[in-house]
Design a protein around this ligand. Structure first.
Ligand SMILES: [Zn+2]
Length: 373
């Protein structure tokens, strides 16, 4: 069954439909998210105030905020906006986990050069990265991209903490991300119980330098004791993905990717092939549904696009070879992991209950707009 309004369907096993055939993602957007989203004059004034405060607090410092740059459209547009439109002085950093596509590298370089900024690059120890990714592959769960997410997130918080920066600019936004991946599809990246259990069972080396950030450290300690603030400017303006892409293309010669998150070669393989083919989870349904709810795509267009696979059947063998070779295993071994019995977050130690209760509390206090379910 598919929702009458968006394109989420029963491949999300926890989906619920109301009497009109509209799903809980749509209803949650209407009841919890929409009224807190401010792509209007009220938002513009709020953002102006926040920016003034960031500038004031940053006086006399090398940077007034920090921005993690993946090269994807949201973080790239965020950088453009911060420097060109808002006049901020961000410390721009990039985490090199070994999977950058050439296009991502080129997009980042073009923007950094033209904006005359310095780029801080943190390179993750490849032996450790590889071992952690293999551990997740061996575990059989769908969320095998968590090592990359953890590396990005932990590095961001470490940088902010080390340089004593109070404001994080976050490219996250309601406009293109209001529908969230169900927990069953992509589990919480910051659950250290799950992370440690998978490491204990499948990792083969000691992870000495890999950066970790447990949720309590960044959501409580850094935020409330160290005063670190997360700002999401894209929620205070009309943020349209097509228009943002056009600005980046025209101003920087930036080139778009075929799908969200495809700036990483691993994520392209993972979200484009592994997740839909092994589990039946197509993250485009989540992405398109967000665009439908915020008026950037028609439901018909989304349904039409979903008829085609999100990977190229002609080059998928090459991708298999590339990913396997890079991970230091044979393509056959990678295919063996693909055929493993399916496991989910509940098959390993986890803090799901803690995350759900914590999420509800944060939503109640207005800190978070919606909770992952
Ligand atoms: Zn829906």
């Amino acid at each position: 069954m598919i929702c009458k309004r968006c394109v989420m369907d029963s491949t999300d096993s926890k989906i619920r439909f109301d009497s009109r055939g509209v799903c809980d993602h749509c209803n949650d957007f209407e009841s919890s998210v929409k009224h807190k989203w401010l792509p209007n004059e009220e938002g513009r004034l709020k953002l102006q105030k926040t920016v003034a405060k960031i500038k004031q607090d940053g006086e006399g410092r090398d940077f007034d905020c920090i921005l993690g740059m993946s090269g994807g459209v949201d973080s790239s547009f965020m950088l453009h906006l911060a420097v060109k439109e808002l006049g901020l002085r961000p410390l721009v950093f990039h985490v090199d986990v070994g999977w950058n596509s050439e296009q991502a590298v080129s997009n980042i370089q073009k923007m950094i050069e033209q904006l005359d900024l310095d780029l801080y690059t943190e390179v993750i120890n490849w032996e450790e990265m590889k071992d952690l990714q293999l551990a997740f592959l061996k575990s059989g769960v769908p969320h095998i991209d968590i090592p990359q997410d953890m590396a990005y997130m932990a590095t961001l918080y470490n940088f902010a903490n080390k340089h004593n920066i109070k404001y994080i600019l976050n490219g996250g936004n309601v406009s293109t991300e209001c529908v969230r991946n169900p927990m069953e599809w992509i589990y919480h990246g910051a659950d250290m119980f799950q992370m440690n259990d998978i490491i204990r069972k499948f990792s083969t080396i000691e992870l000495k330098s890999f950066p970790f950030s447990p949720i309590l450290r960044h959501k409580l300690y850094l935020r409330y004791f160290k005063g670190l603030k997360m700002i999401r400017p894209l929620d205070y303006m009309e943020y349209n993905k097509r228009l943002a892409t056009r600005v980046l293309e025209e101003e920087y010669g930036w080139r778009p990717y075929p799908q969200k998150h495809f700036e990483s070669r691993f994520t392209k393989f993972y979200e484009g092939y592994w997740l839909p083919e092994r589990f039946g989870f197509d993250t485009r349904k989540v992405q398109f549904s967000s665009l439908i709810l915020t008026g950037q795509m028609s439901r018909d267009e989304a349904i039409e696009k979903l008829k085609k696979p999100s990977y190229n059947p002609e080059t998928i063998d090459d991708d298999f070879n590339y990913i396997a070779t890079k991970l230091g295993i044979s393509p056959e071994e990678l295919r063996e992991y693909f055929s493993l019995p399916k496991k989910f977050y509940w098959d390993y130690k986890n803090q799901q209950l803690f995350f759900t209760v914590g999420g509800k509390l944060l939503k109640f206090f207005g800190v978070e707009k919606s909770i992952k379910r």
